[in-house]
Design a binder for this molecule. Structure first.
Ligand SMILES: NC(=O)c1ccc[n+]([C@@H]2O[C@H](COP(=O)([O-])OP(=O)(O)OC[C@H]3O[C@@H](n4cnc5c(N)ncnc54)[C@H](OP(=O)(O)O)[C@@H]3O)[C@@H](O)[C@H]2O)c1
Length: 207
């Protein structure tokens, strides 16, 4: 598949590595592709609009506060697959929380901004290192996928599965409000419980 990843930080680079290894064609889009930090990166980043132009799937790997502007730079997204990996996290006196609360989600906001796109929430509830190395776990790590477009969901589940995850349908996009707190749980384990970044959630069955 032709995949455009918008943002080439920890998540963008990990997904680019994982999907390139799986045989997909990946383009990275960043605001300033000529910036020193992107030189030598493979694939060499281009602008977000150029990356997205002929992509079959567009992946948002941008900081939450930059995500609306990033979507605005991608042109008409109607009918396109948009995969939202963002987490709307903020850190305050009470510790970490979801900037937009629990009744709405970043995934739903993305769907409002990316008018007419088929938006899927996934690849947000484990660490970037695990996205590039999902196939190296003894038990396949779980990766839930929430989205409303039943016709396009199998293609997204396949992309997630190609990274080495146990790709699991998590229902409609409104369930992004369940997946974003799940990311907080992962981050809390890492930063407040000292677990390290090399663990992931898995779905196991009795018997
Ligand atoms: N890190 C993790 O383990 C992890 C795991 C799951 C989900 N997430 C979520 O995934 C998202 C990305 O996280 P990250 O750790 O990869 O962040 P990061 O390392 O800070 O990278 C963010 C990337 O987005 C780019 N960017 C910023 N504004 C942009 C715009 N308007 N258009 C296009 N690209 C833009 C940045 O480019 P410049 O720096 O050149 O501006 C940078 O390449 C966040 O929402 C985060 O919460 C992170």
């Amino acid at each position: 598949m032709r995949i455009a990843i918008i943002g080439a930080g920890a998540v963008g680079q990990a997904l680019a590595q994982g999907w390139s290894t799986a045989g997909h064609t990946v383009k990275l889009g960043v605001p300033d592709p000529k910036a020193a930090k992107y030189q030598g990166l493979r694939p060499q980043p281009t602008t977000p609009a150029a990356a997205a132009a002929d992509a079959e799937a567009i992946v948002l790997a941008t900081p939450w506060p930059k995500t609306e502007a990033a979507i605005g730079g991608l042109g008409n997204l109607a009918g396109r697959i948009v995969i939202d990996c963002t987490n709307p996290l903020t850190r305050g006196a009470q510790g970490m929380s979801l900037e937009i609360g629990h009744s709405v989600s970043a995934g739903k906001r993305v769907a409002q901004w990316a008018k007419g796109a088929s938006v899927f929430k996934t690849l947000n509830h484990t660490g970037a290192d695990n996205m590039a190395n999902a196939a190296r776990f003894k038990v396949k790590p779980a990766m839930f996928v929430a989205g409303d477009d039943a016709a396009k969901k199998p293609a997204v589940l396949k992309l997630v599965s190609d990274l080495g995850f146990d790709a699991i349908d998590a229902g409609p996009l409104s369930n992004a409000r369940l997946l974003e707190p799940l990311a907080m749980l992962w981050i809390d384990q890492v930063f407040a419980r000292g677990r390290g970044r090399d663990f992931a959630f898995a779905l196991v069955k009795r018997g």
